[in-house]
Design a protein around this ligand. Structure first.
Ligand code: HAM
Length: 404
């Protein structure tokens, strides 16, 4: 027997219903905010992710599904959605138009991580990317939109916020941090020692407890922001206060992708265990330019669909449509034709085998239909059908024409 690959899952029944409910709810909200659908390829040139997500990030160094295709091209299964959307934005020359663009997407992402609860190798994201808007109002609006999606799905969350500064305040801060880290080098873990040279900011979110305890007195970027970043961050927190959205400022929130500047955020849930991030995002004003487009400010987020699957409060299953069946073999095709006609308007489940009354009623119950419709010997002779409303329990025999 061939099983699915480690860290990959089939979705069916209740789970696939939940999945689609999450996606449709998120789409409904995104459309209200003016987002349009974008679909980009799952495979992209490896260089795209190296340049955007970052050469030294864990995703690129350890987690990519990277291979050479039959034509000798170095390609990757996308580990996230932003890079592809930015590439598509530039490929379509949208960076040369003065129009603001807003895209939403959903689909599979691939990271070769060690699978555990809430951490898959193939997982799905719903994401949004907004291009051309430099105002912090847009950061605020995106956060409100995620909060609205979670509210409509019945999911509680904690919002964590940080600012990663810009090209004016980040470099001097980085230098400061490197000096601090170099002094405590001996006591930091191996990974952190490597990161001091490659990506010192990532040391801040090291999961090692010893490292974390050594970082309590580390310089904080939030205290060293330039005037513009500081003003934006203060504006964002004021707007969130006014909107009644609670948040925690987390100075160690650096995100695992290198393209962010200014606002960075994560939504976490306390109900799903160690892998608690249910959405993440932020501003990435330099990425379009970095991928050879014209400078375009941008901000976005992605929700991890599998992470919120068990948190979603689904609306009650409403009985709908018809269950149709025949009680004599001669009536089977009559039922079949009736079902096909009725399907222009309603959901219909048909049983192709003629069966007894009790057996049909069991089938009707399982199909979650609102009405059971049966044709037996008498109904066939009289051109009628027997109909039962499974909610009100009312039963009737009516002319077949009334059904269509
Ligand atoms: P990210 O934080 O890497 O951000 O991923 C977003 C969400 O995807 C996470 O919060 C988590 O819920 C889910 N996720 C990540 N890895 C896994 C995994 N291995 N298994 C299950 N779920 C996972 C991004 O990907 C950015 N592209 C978000 C963004 C969009 N930033 C700006 N625009």
């Amino acid at each position: 027997m061939i099983n699915p690959l480690r860290g990959m899952k089939d979705l069916m029944f209740e789970d696939s219903q939940r999945f689609m409910y999450i996606v449709t709810t998120a789409i409904k909200v995104a459309k209200r905010y003016g987002y349009g659908y974008i679909e980009t390829p799952i495979l992209e040139e490896t260089a795209l992710f190296k340049r955007s997500v970052g050469d030294s990030s864990d995703i690129v160094t350890k987690e990519m599904y990277q291979f050479e295709d039959k034509g000798g091209n170095d390609i990757c299964m996308r580990p996230e959605g932003t890079a592809g959307v930015v590439r598509a934005f530039i490929s379509a020359k949208l960076d040369r138009q003065p129009i603001k663009q807003k895209f939403y997407y959903y689909g599979p992402m691939f990271r070769y991580e060690r699978p555990q609860k809430g951490r898959l190798r193939e997982f799905h994201q719903f994401g949004c990317e907004s291009f051309g808007e430099a105002s912090v109002y847009e950061d605020f609006t995106l956060i409100m939109m995620i909060a609205q999606i979670f509210r409509e799905l019945g999911i509680g969350f904690t919002l964590k916020l940080n600012s990663l500064g810009c090209s004016a305040c980040m470099p001097p801060y980085r230098e400061n941090l490197v000096n601090f880290l170099t002094d405590i080098k001996e006591e930091l873990c191996e990974d952190c020692n490597r990161r001091i040279g490659t990506n010192p900011i990532r040391v801040l979110d090291c999961k090692n407890e010893t490292c974390q305890s050594l970082l309590t007195d580390s310089p904080k970027l939030i205290d060293n922001l330039c005037d513009s970043c500081d003003a934006d961050f203060k504006k964002l927190t004021t707007l969130l206060d006014d909107a009644g959205i609670a948040y925690e400022i987390d100075t160690n929130l650096v995100r695992g992708l290198d393209y962010y500047n200014k606002t960075a955020f994560e939504f976490v849930s306390s109900e799903i265990g160690a892998q608690s991030a249910i959405a993440g995002g932020g501003r990435y004003d330099k990425l379009v330019e970095y991928l050879d487009g014209k400078p375009t400010p941008a901000v976005g987020f992605a929700i991890g669909i599998e992470r919120i699957m068990e948190l979603v409060k689904m609306p009650e299953n409403i009985k709908e449509g018809y269950y149709m069946g025949a009680m004599v073999p001669e009536a089977v095709e009559k039922v079949l034709m009736l079902a096909n006609a009725k399907r222009k308007y309603k959901k219909v489940t048909v049983e192709y085998t003629s069966k007894g009354f009790k057996s049909h009623m069991k089938g009707a119950d399982k199909s979650n239909a609102r009405f059971a419709l049966l044709i037996g010997e008498d109904e066939l002779a009289n051109g009628t059908v027997w109909l039962k409303d499974l909610e009100t329990k009312e039963e009737r025999t009516i002319p077949i024409e009334e059904i269509v």
